[in-house]
Structure formats: C-alpha cells, structure tokens
Write a protein that binds this ligand. Structure first.
Ligand code: SF4
Length: 699
C-alpha cells in the first residue's frame, strides 16, 4: 500500500485509514512492540503535534521503503529485506494504537477545571493501558478536587506524577507469607513480623542532602515561610530509618553492599549501619572494622560475588557460585560430578558449556557449525549450491571473510540484530539510497540532454544539473520522510551535496574516453519490473549464469561504453572508506563486483567488457578509482572464487573460520562468542581450511 508515497495528503490519509483498519483487526490482541520503539519515544520529544506524528510515522514507512530499495541494489536477497517489511507492519500497528490517542490528546484544552481533566484522564487510561484499574482508582481519589481550577495540563500532570509513580499494590496472599516492598514513608502506621533494610551504605542511605539549585537554602530562609532546608533534610533521613526499624515486630535485618560494582571498589557502610551496630553491641565500631567484619562474613568479591557458605546465599546464582567456589580447591576425584545439578537445572547452560568444550577441540565437528556434509545435510545443501539458486555478490563476498558468516546470512538468512541509530545521524541505508538516487537522476538527465560524458567544458552545466537534482530529491524526500530533526536532515543533505559536487569535478576531468550508457542495470530481480525501483529500462529479470554453472543476480551502478570501440566497462560506486589493495583483482574474495559483474554483463549482452572498477565517490573514500582490467587471469580467478565457494557448500564446510579481525566487525558475534578467532588460530586443525586460505591469498 505504501510502495509509492508521492502524494502527501493521499499518503497521510492512507496511513490513517490503514491504521484504523489495523485497529479493527487488532481487537483485544496485545500490541506488538515496534522495533526501535525507544527511538520513537526519544523522537516524541521533538514532535509536537498530532498531525506531525502522523507525518512522522508515514515518513518512517517511507524511510523503510528507501532502505529496502537500497538493500535490493546493494545486497539483493538479503534477510534484512524481509525484516524491513515486518518493520513496516510494526509501524502500522503502532499507528493503529497510538494515533487515535494522539488525536484525542491533541483535542484537549489548554486549561480546564480539575473535574474536566479527571474526565479526560479517565477516558484515556483504558485506551492506553491494558490494566487501567489502579490509575482509575487514583483518579477517583482526586474527584473531590473537581471544582478547583482552571489548571493547565502541565500542572495536572505534576500533581498526578507522584501518585501514579508510587501507586501501592497489595501483594497476593501466599501460603509462605507475603513480602511488602515499600519506601520507609509507606511504612507509617504499619508493622511487620520481619523487616529488611538494605543499602545502608555511604551515599545510598542516607542520601547526601542536597540544596535545591532553583531555590537555595539562603533564599528559603529569607522568604521566612516554612520551607525545607539542610537541617530538616538530615532529620528527615533519620526519620526514614526510625520508621523502617520501628515497623519490625520480631526481627530486623540491615545490610549494606560491600562492593561498588560500577567503580570496582569496596563500599563504605553508612553512619546508620554503625548506629545499628552500637544498638546491638553497645559500642561504635570503626567503619573499617565493620567493613572487614562484613567482608569476612560474606567473602564476596567482585570476581566471585557469592558467600563462602552456600547456606547463606540469597538467591540461586549466589548458591551456585558458592558451590563452585567450594569445588575449586578440591582434588578432581572429589569434585567430579558435584556441580552436575547446575547443568541439569538449566538446559541453556548445559548446552552452552558443552558447546564451548567441544568447540575447543582440535577436530572440526558439528559443534563448530556446519563442518561436513553427511547424508542428512547433503541434500539440504544441494539446494544452496551456486547452480541451484541465485546469489548476490555481496552475499558471496562474505564467504572469504568467514564461511560461517556467509552460512548464517545467505543460507540460514539470519539477520543481524539492529542497534538503535542515534537521532543525530541519518541511517546509513537511507543516506546511501538518497546518494545513489541523486547520482542516477543526474546521469539520466544529462543523457536526455545528450550532455554525457561530462567534460571540463560542460562542468558548469553538470554542476547546475546536479544541484537541481539534489534540491528536487531533498524537497520530495523531506516531505515524505518528515525527518525528526531538521538540522540532521540539512547537515546530511549538505554533506551529500559536497561529496557529489567533488565527484562531478572528478568525472569531468577523467578524459572523456568512457561514455555512461546504463544506470542501475539489474539482472535476476524477482519483483516490480525494471522501472519500479529506478532500474535501467534494459535490465533483465532472469539471473545470469556464469560459466554455464553459477547463477548470479545483482545491480550494476554504471555501465560505460568506450568511445569508438563499443567495449564496455562496469563501475560499482562505493560511499564508504577505501579498504582495498593496490593491484587487486578480487582482493582475496572480498571484492567480487568488478570482475564478476563484468562477466555477468558480458554474458547477458554479448558485448565485450574490458574493465571493471570500484569508484569511491565520496570524500571519505578519497575518490579512489580502482580499475581491474578483465584479463584472462582476472576471468580465471573470478571463476575459481565461485568454484571454491560452491565446493564449500557441496562438502559442507561452512564453519566459523574468520579472517583476521573479522569478528570485531561481524554482526553475528553474539552467536559465536568473543573467542572464535582465537580458537581457530590456536587450536583448530588447519587442514580443512586449505581452500579458504587459497581463496584469501588471491590478489
Ligand atoms: S563472529 Fe566471527 S566466527 Fe562468528 S560468524 Fe562472525 S566472523 Fe565468523
């Protein structure tokens, strides 16, 4: 429904309609938590109206569409593409839930009597909360204030904030008794059999009394009214302790943490802990004495946060750690099997410990991942051979970096967990999409004007066309994306403009030998038709079969023709930093586009391709032009790379064997853990890696 969002009003109406339909369909079902929900919350601070929220959510959908398009171009078939479709669904769900609420709140008055505000809040609570009963009770308690006012929403919110954030709930009855967790103030007028007072440590309880920076004590005294100052604050803290201690009928436990985990240092007990000690023994100990006594008793350290005696553990974790601590110094024959219960209690831990142990062995086994094709795995992998399904080059490049990364991404189709993008930056995929959209529009316009190739004489016209293209794209996308922070948007568009103007200058001085002919020429795409996502109209839907065996699909940024000869060359534009090598061909299997796109284009068009290149079209990439002539050696190496990857799938060796430092940048690190690279370098047999190492040695 949101494939093309050109018309602002129509698309806003569309999201609202779709949101309403979604709301009907949702019924009482729980709202699925939208991805990056926190980011949306953060954005809500800079989005100030109901209409703007609708536009922003609409913009978010458009942003995901742009990202999906960029992925189709750079990484066709990526697992992240499906994820983006799910994200669009999630935003629709969010819209269905939130927009009616936002609209309702937008209609609230600026000021109203308390009775009106209570009506508004009472109407809001059941719509926004799954269990509104407690909130409704608080609102009912405030009904006697109804005649007061008028007050603003801000004032009403301030009155409610404390009441709603400290709302009390009676714990349900249990046969072993009940635990009431509360602040000392809530213990007034109550008594309990046993009371626990935790955290009697310096700067925890009592809190350091602080002056209110908005109204310092000196000013408070001068005002002459009864405002709290430093002495009363100290008294109030003491009162908190007295309330807590006084609530205990038979027993009182006080405790303090002995270790400050954040700073890795011992904690100092508070004066109150010393007072309690004095009440118990009749003498005030020094802080060190109390600290040492506590450390002796608990023997907990930062490295082993558990008591020496497991009978004193306060939870299951402490109990297990205390058990293990006791076994460390035992001889093997006595310790063996005594912690077995931990593995039996926790299936996940059992699997984790066993996998770690087995992965540390020299031989490659199924514990490492897929390391050999047996009778069960072979027929499954057969469907993933390079002749059985189409691959993109960005997926195949991952094999050289790490076969397991290739396996997880291209075969298992696992997608990396997403980090929250900071609001102060445009998402890299969105940026890449805008960058390439402007480049393609620029080329198409100059082609229509017969102004290609760009020459030094035509540079002024080219720069003017580029500026107009950037302006038009930026205006259209600004409307559609409704960015949260204008400054971020303008900074990013400014940076794209600077990069592209320098790029135009570079291509204008490239000699004029090559004439741009095709832009975004795609092959083997499954969706939408050639023009649907800005592809070149001569793109072909079928995949290309290289060497009669290997099926590929992808999108070539730029195809140029050599003036006079008709020979072709392929360009892959890069927007990141240059990380390649001089005189490379496939860079150890990590840069396949120049050679294999050249072979694919030649195969598809029947026209000789003489060169492939990587062009770093930004300041960050230094406008490096990495040219790779399509020599017989380059052709042979390109085919060999495909053979090696295909053989690995056939033999089923797709284990974690990362290139140097690959794990540091890998999205699947949470799957493999932090030691994969070290394990392969130190313990694992190198024999099955022969093919992979050969691939990495290729120029
Ligand atoms: S974390 Fe390392 S071993 Fe695991 S898939 Fe990534 S690169 Fe390979």
């Amino acid at each position: 429904m949101f494939g093309s969002l050109g018309d602002r009003a129509a698309s806003d109406a569309a999201i609202e309609e779709s949101a309403d339909a979604e709301a009907d369909a949702l019924g009482p079902r729980a709202l699925r938590s939208p991805w990056k929900w926190e980011r949306l919350l953060a954005e809500s601070r800079v989005i100030t109206s109901g209409e703007r929220w609708t536009r922003r959510l609409n913009g978010l959908i458009h942003e995901y569409e742009l990202q999906r398009r960029e992925l189709d171009r750079t990484e066709p078939g990526s697992a992240r593409t499906d994820h983006l479709a799910r994200k669009i669904e999630d935003v629709l769900q969010l819209a269905a839930f939130a927009l009616p609420i936002v609209r309702m709140m937008a209609a609230w008055p600026v000021q109203a009597p308390w009775s009106d505000w209570l009506d508004h809040f009472a109407a809001l609570a059941p719509r926004a909360l799954r269990r509104p009963d407690r909130v409704l009770r608080v609102l009912a308690d405030l009904r006697p204030m109804g005649a007061i006012g008028p007050v603003t929403l801000d004032e009403a919110a301030r009155v409610l904030a404390d009441r709603l954030s400290t709302i009390e709930a009676e714990p349900p009855a249990r046969r072993y008794g009940r635990v009431f967790v509360a602040s000392p103030a809530q213990l007034r007028g109550r008594s309990f059999d046993v009371v626990f007072v935790p955290a009697l440590a310096e700067r925890m309880f009592p809190q350091k009394p602080r002056e209110d920076p908005l109204l310092l004590d000196e000013a408070r005294v001068q005002l002459g009214v009864d405002l709290t100052a430093q002495p009363q604050r100290a008294e109030n803290e003491k009162l908190q302790l007295r309330l807590a201690v006084g609530a205990a009928e038979s027993r009182l436990y006080v405790s303090f943490p002995t270790v400050e985990i954040g700073e890795g240092r011992p904690r100092v007990p508070s004066l109150y802990a010393l007072e309690v000690w004095r009440a118990m023994t009749g003498r005030v100990p020094s802080a060190e004495e109390l600290q040492q006594a506590a450390a002796r008793t608990s023997q907990a350290t930062l490295a082993w946060p558990a008591p020496a005696d497991r009978g004193e553990a306060i939870d299951a974790l402490e109990h297990d750690l205390a058990t293990l601590r006791g076994l460390v110094d035992e001889p093997d024959h006595r310790a063996r099997g005594r912690a077995q219960y931990i593995l039996q209690l926790n299936g996940c831990l059992q699997r984790s410990v066993r996998e770690r142990f087995m992965r540390g062995k020299k031989a490659w086994t199924h514990w490492d991942g897929i390391s050999a094709a047996n009778d069960r795995v072979r027929p499954i992998l057969a469907d993933y051979r390079l002749g059985a399904r189409r691959y993109s080059l960005s997926a195949l490049q991952k094999y050289a970096i790490c076969p397991y990364q290739f396996f997880l991404g291209a075969i298992y189709r696992m997608r990396p967990a997403e980090d929250l993008e900071p609001l102060q930056r445009m998402d890299p995929l969105t940026r890449g999409s805008l960058f390439h959209a402007v480049q393609t529009a620029f080329y198409r316009r100059l082609e229509a004007e017969h102004a290609l190739p760009v020459t030094p004489a035509g540079i002024e016209h080219a720069l003017a066309a580029l500026d107009e293209g950037i302006k038009a794209t930026a205006e259209q996308e600004y409307e559609l994306l409704a960015p949260a922070i204008d400054r971020v948007w303008h900074d990013e568009i400014g940076a794209i403009r600077r990069d592209l103007r320098l790029w135009v200058d570079e291509i204008a001085h490239a000699g004029g030998e090559w004439i741009p002919r095709k832009f975004e020429w795609a092959f083997g795409y499954k969706d939408g038709g050639a023009l649907a996502v800005g592809r070149d109209p001569t793109s072909r839907a079928e995949p290309v079969v290289i060497d009669g065996r290997f099926h590929l699909h992808g999108s070539i940024d730029l195809v140029e023709e050599r003036a006079g000869t008709g020979e072709l060359r392929v360009t892959d534009h890069k927007t990141g930093k240059y990380r390649g090598k001089d005189h490379m061909i496939v860079d150890g299997g990590r840069a396949l586009q120049p050679v294999l796109y050249s072979l694919a284009l030649e195969e598809a068009t029947g026209t000789p391709v003489v060169e492939g290149r990587l062009y770093y079209a930004t300041t960050a990439g230094g406008y490096r032009d990495v040219r790779i002539p399509l020599t017989p050696q380059a052709r042979r190496i390109g085919i060999e790379v495909l053979e090696i990857i295909d053989r690995a799938i056939e033999t089923g060796f797709l284990a974690p064997a990362p290139a140097e430092k690959a794990c540091a940048w890998c999205d699947f690190r949470p799957v493999c853990g932090p030691t994969a690279e070290r394990r392969v370098g130190r313990f694992k047999s190198q024999e099955p890696l022969a093919d992979l190492l050969e691939l990495r040695r290729k120029p």
